[in-house]
Structures are given as C-alpha cells and as structure tokens.
Design a protein around this ligand. Sequence first.
Ligand code: IMP
Length: 434
Amino acid sequence: MGSEKLPRNVIITGLQWGDEGKGKVVDLLARKSQHVVRFQGGNNAGHTLVVAGQQSILHVVPSGILHPGTTCVVGNGVVVDPEVLCQELRALEAKGVDLSGDRLIISEQAHVILPYHRTLDDCRETALGGKKIGTTKKGIGPTYEDKVARRGVRVGDLLDEDALRNRLLAVLPEKNRILTEWYGDAAHTVEELLAWARPLAERLRPHVRDTVAWLHRANRAGDRILFEGAQGTFLDVDHGTYPFVTSSNTVAGQACAGTGVGPTDIHAIVGIAKAYTTRVGAGPFPTELDDDLGARIREIGHEYGATTGRPRRCGWFDAALVRHAVQLNGTTHVALTKLDVLSGLESLLIAHAYDGLDSVPSGAEALAAVRPVYEEVPGWTEDITGCRSYDELPAACRAYVERIETLIGVPVGLVSVGPGRDEVIPRSPLFADD
Ligand code: IMP
C-alpha cells in the first residue's frame, strides 16, 4: 500500500445522490480521528449503525459517537430539529453511549427546525402534486430558506427565552399568514412555541458551544478532524439536478463554510460511490433500471431509505456523473461500496459518457435528456463477502473496479464487500487498520 503520508483533516462526501454508504466509511475513519463533524443537512440524512449487535439509526448525531475517544460536532452549517436530536440522545443513552463532557457539541450558530418548518415542507410538497420533489418532509428546505432570508432561529436563540420570544414575534405573523391563508393549516402562537422549546433547550444546553473556536483549537493542537457529509453531490442545491435537490450545498467546499475551518486546513477529500447508482425521490437518473434487474438490485442491496423507508430507484454505475462529482469535490480518494450486491450478474454495464456531450449538464431537464453511452464488462458469480484482500477478488471484479478507477480518474482506495464494519478491502494506507 506504499508509504503515503496519512492526511490529517479529511472530508467525506457522497459522489452520487446520497445513500452511498458514507456512514460505514466515516465509522472506519472515525477510529483514527479525534473529532467528527457534520457541516450541512439535518435529519433528512440517516445512517444505520450497529452497536453491540443493536441497530441504531442516527439522523443528526455524527457517526463517530460510537467511538468513545471522539468529540462529535454539529457544525454551524447543519439545521437542527431539537425534538429529533433529543430523541436521538435518549436512544443513545438507553444503549449505554456516554454523552457527557465534550462527547457531543452543537454549534450555537446552527439553525433550528421549528414545527412550522415541518408543516410548510409537507404543505408545499402536497401543493406540488405530481410535480413534487419527494422531500423527506423534515422541514429542511423551509429552515434553510429562513436562514438565507435572515429570519431564522439559531440554536443560541433557543437557549435564551427572551431572544427566542423576540425572534418569534418578528417572524410568526408572516408564517401564520402563509400557513392559514395560503395552505389552510393551523396558526402557531409565540407562547405555544416557547413551551415547546423550553424542555428541548434545557436538554441541549450542556452541549451547545462555540464550535468554530473548538475546531480552531483542535486544529492548532494537531488533532485529526473528520468532516462527515450528508446526502450526495447531485443533491447539492447549486450543482445537483435542480430543482430535485436538497436545500444545502453537499459538495466538499461546504465543509469549510459549514464549520469555520479554512480550506488550507483540509488535507484529503474522500468520495464515496456505490458500485451501482441509486436515487430516492423524484428527478432525472440517466442510468436507471426501471425493470426486474433494478428491482433485484434493490432487494439484494436493501435499497430502502433509512429516513423515510421509501424504495430507492436503482441503476448502472454512471462514470460520467461520478467523474464530474470528483471534480466538483476535489476528491483525492474514492471508496467503492456495495460491490457484493453485483455478484451473480453475467455482465455489467458502465455508462462512460453521455452521447455528444463532453461535460455533465446541470439542471434536471438537461440531465433528463442525456443518452448514456454504455460499455459492457463481464460479471462474476462468486460470493465476495468473505474476501479481505484485493487479490482474493475474482479477476472480473477487479477489472470492474479498475475500469471505474480509470474512468473517474481517482484511485479506489477502499472496496466494501458487505454490510459489516469489517467487510472492507483497503487499498490505500488511509483506510488501513493502524
Ligand atoms: P429534503 O432534503 O428533505 O428537502 O429532500 C430533497 C431531496 O433530497 C429528496 O429527493 C430527498 O429524497 C433527497 N434526500 C435528502 N436527504 C437524503 C439522504 O440523506 N439520502 C438520499 N436522498 C436524500
């Protein structure tokens, strides 16, 4: 694996439409990190972790929480639903996870998802009818809208009842008019929202910090910081398949804005790609398999959303798309996940380009119109979940990995061959056990 110097501060992002298996790679790299930081999104994300045989699905708390030596940081770029976060804390404590001291810290600058944000998300989706985005209805979009429109409530406000009352007095009249007159829903009162916020604020208070100062101190001390992206590159509000996107920037550049750590303090950018492609919700998907094969991949790969339980759409690996994602993120290392799901297929298709185009068009309509150009490669029949070294993989499987590597222009440093923590094959020192 060579003598590559191990990068210290590492960003992990998804190179497709989310659900690439980032949680598992975060878990692997968290063992070598002192801090695991989320920088965007909210509880629209979901990662499944297994603690002592018990399954936990985390939506807000960074995946590093199961590694006792790490501090988990919810950065300023995240939107926090305090109700969901408190539920998650309770569930973790019930499983014996220590959350005391500095195990979990939350930025006072992060924006708060309020009950009316969830209602608005739901009302807007319903109003779109057949044209809906297919959001998770967790209030993510309306909360980011308010952040940008400068009418949001931040975690710091949640802890200060006077500040919260003043914020609500300023923003609630407009919200109530939209809710009642436009959507025919119920209005909220300031007192009702204050009563909702009070116990949540008290539960979260011990965790709220100036996370920017915390991360700067950690960085100066030479600690290792892992930045955990949520969703995927093509759900990015700028670079994704707009308007079928989430409401935050999901590319690696956001790790800096969403935490306050500068770009020159980032040392590696790991991109996670599934060995095939999936997408949840509406929007274009050039290599989609809307047939029995797509259904077979969905069943074998358990492709159902961790947050909403919705079936994921499945399709062939799209190298044109991932190559574009590599550039958008500045990816230095790639982890290729769920390779085992493809075992047993006689041959596989890889989209290596879009007919007549030398770049990936942005926007939903343009991407819906592309014609993928496929190449066919041999499949393999062997079960590969027991393989622990690259050489043990069948030749056709290695050829598939190497073809992807050539097409996307970045080495595949890790291959994942099963759901378990240890069902991985490291090919780069970054992913190897110490
Ligand atoms: P929102 O983020 O709830 O506003 O949903 C916008 C789009 O992003 C929808 O298509 C969702 O299915 C998708 N989405 C949001 N979070 C995730 C995720 O963590 N994985 C995959 N898709 C997601």
